[in-house]
Design a protein around this ligand. Structure first.
Ligand code: GRF
Length: 313
């Protein structure tokens, strides 16, 4: 059975909703511990439900590293499959993200990327927007910035209290759906070769990402590794993606060959699969940020795909 650890700093209504969902058989997992950064009402919920709790207060430690090590030590004990932030008011240190990449999720009371940070409910309400909402996302090094798992809109009404209530009601349902979605995992992972193996970039220099490597190593299903330009060997001339064409710096147009390669590769994968694609952020052929051909083709072919770059995790 999957093992969850919840982090909270406040009243813990989301923590409580997750406990209820487990008790009602809506989530097939157990919560092995609650970790907080202070004395807070969530601890009482944990006591009432016989869930272990640990209070790890940064100010109890001599320096930041000892505090982070204590968090890591606690997580080592529980070995969570998933870490769930439920109103945890601290940034997750990058050392923890290195150990648990794409295994930490957070709930935020707005439609991200709108209103990240504090007081999101009030800020959206004060702006008199028509809608705000709730987002569940993977945690990365940014604040409320990781890849989005689920979002739901909530209509803003005149009464702030009622709007807050509506947001929390949606939170308590959407978090359960998001947890189930994440626990179900992906059918396949597609990964840009240069993020995990040597010898694929044009100049033969490695851009290996340790978080991507960890995700790939931990993934239990099939991993498809691919480099759309690999057939050109290394070293090769760097390419650029201009006006939908991939052209090397000495002016040779490789678009058609690269396109054929991509089509042959994705043609092997069932279009109905639920896929995680981890693709290089800046690359003419992969390219998540300035969209490259590979990202474009994956978006067109697969309906159930989460595309992330090595810098977003
Ligand atoms: C929720 O609004 C959640 O979206 C945000 O912090 C709040 C926590 O509420 N991250 P609770 O402690 O779960 O009641």
């Amino acid at each position: 059975m999957k093992n969850l650890v919840v982090f909270a700093s406040g009243r813990g209504s989301n923590f409580n909703a997750i406990i209820n969902a487990i008790n009602e058989g809506k989530i097939n997992a157990k919560i092995s511990a609650l970790i907080t950064d202070k004395i807070c009402p969530a601890i009482q919920i944990s006591k009432e439900n016989n869930v272990d709790y640990k209070i790890v207060k940064p100010k109890d430690f001599q320096d930041k590293d000892s505090y982070i090590n204590e968090l890591i030590k606690n997580l080592d004990v529980y070995k969570p499959d998933l870490i769930i932030l439920a109103g945890y008011m601290r940034i997750i240190p990058s050392q923890i993200l290195d150990i648990y990449p794409m295994k930490i999720i957070n709930i935020h009371p707005s439609l991200l990327p709108s209103y990240p940070g504090m007081d999101s409910i009030k800020r959206a309400w004060e702006d008199r927007a028509t809608y705000s909402g709730v987002t569940v996302h993977y945690v990365n090094d940014g604040i409320d910035q990781g890849p989005i798992i689920i979002q739901e809109k909530v209509k803003i009404c005149d009464d702030l209290g009622k709007f807050e209530e509506a947001i929390h009601k949606v939170e308590h349902n959407i978090y359960i759906d998001a947890i189930n979605k994440v626990l179900k995992s992906f059918d396949f992972v597609i990964v840009s070769n240069c993020l995990i193996e040597d010898g694929y970039r044009y100049n033969n220099e490695s851009k290996i990402s340790k978080r991507v490597k960890k995700i790939i190593n931990d993934f239990e299903g099939k991993v498809y590794k691919f480099c759309p330009e690999a057939f050109l060997g290394v070293p090769r001339k760097p390419m650029d993606y201009i006006n939908n064409r991939i052209i090397s710096i000495d002016g040779v147009d490789f678009t058609d060959e690269i396109k054929n390669n991509i089509e042959a590769f994705i043609g092997k994968i069932d279009p109905c699969s639920n896929i995680l694609a981890i693709l290089k952020e800046n690359s003419p052929s992969c390219g998540v940020k300035k969209i490259g051909l590979f990202t474009k083709s994956i978006k067109e072919k697969f309906k159930n795909v989460l595309i992330v770059s090595e810098r977003e995790i």
